[in-house]
Design a protein around this ligand. Structure first.
Ligand code: 5GP
Ligand code: ZN
Length: 118
């Protein structure tokens, strides 16, 4: 693997605004937020995309999912948010290290009706 921005963030070579860190993952604010709240939840293991997950990664996948409500609570949006994975360029994925987007519009009285491209 050549250089990877998210491996560099995981390894603290690039600074980020970390919300949660545990053995499996880090969660930090997106540098160019596409919603009022936009967090990235990134496994420490470098896996290129959802397409590359294997059965060995089941604990990583579980850790990602269990982190979601913890992160949502931490940023004050547990009552409403969206999570999404972009997969491949045609799916909008620009960084080839799998990551979950957590997006929220806490001040929108009606909530978000449409999924914004992230
Ligand atoms: P993708 O399009 O690959 O699904 O999402 C990549 C996301 O990473 C984008 O929303 C982009 O704004 C974010 N991003 C790219 N570089 C950095 C960075 O250095 N720091 C942080 N915090 N976010 C980044
Ligand atoms: Zn990586």
């Amino acid at each position: 693997m050549s250089s990877c921005i998210f491996c560099d963030i995981v390894n603290k070579k690039i600074p980020s605004d970390i919300i949660l860190e545990n053995d499996a993952l880090v969660a930090f604010h997106d540098i160019r937020p596409k919603a009022p709240v936009h967090v990235l939840i990134v496994p420490k293991k470098h896996v290129a995309s959802v397409n590359e997950f294997t059965k060995e990664d089941v604990p990583v996948i579980a850790a990602l999912m269990f982190a979601v409500p913890v992160v949502a609570e931490a940023v004050g949006v547990k009552d409403g948010y969206k999570i999404a994975f972009n997969v491949g360029r045609k799916g909008g994925q620009l960084i080839d290290h799998v990551h979950m987007h957590l997006l929220a519009w806490p001040d929108s009285p009606e909530g978000k009706k449409e999924v914004a491209p992230v």
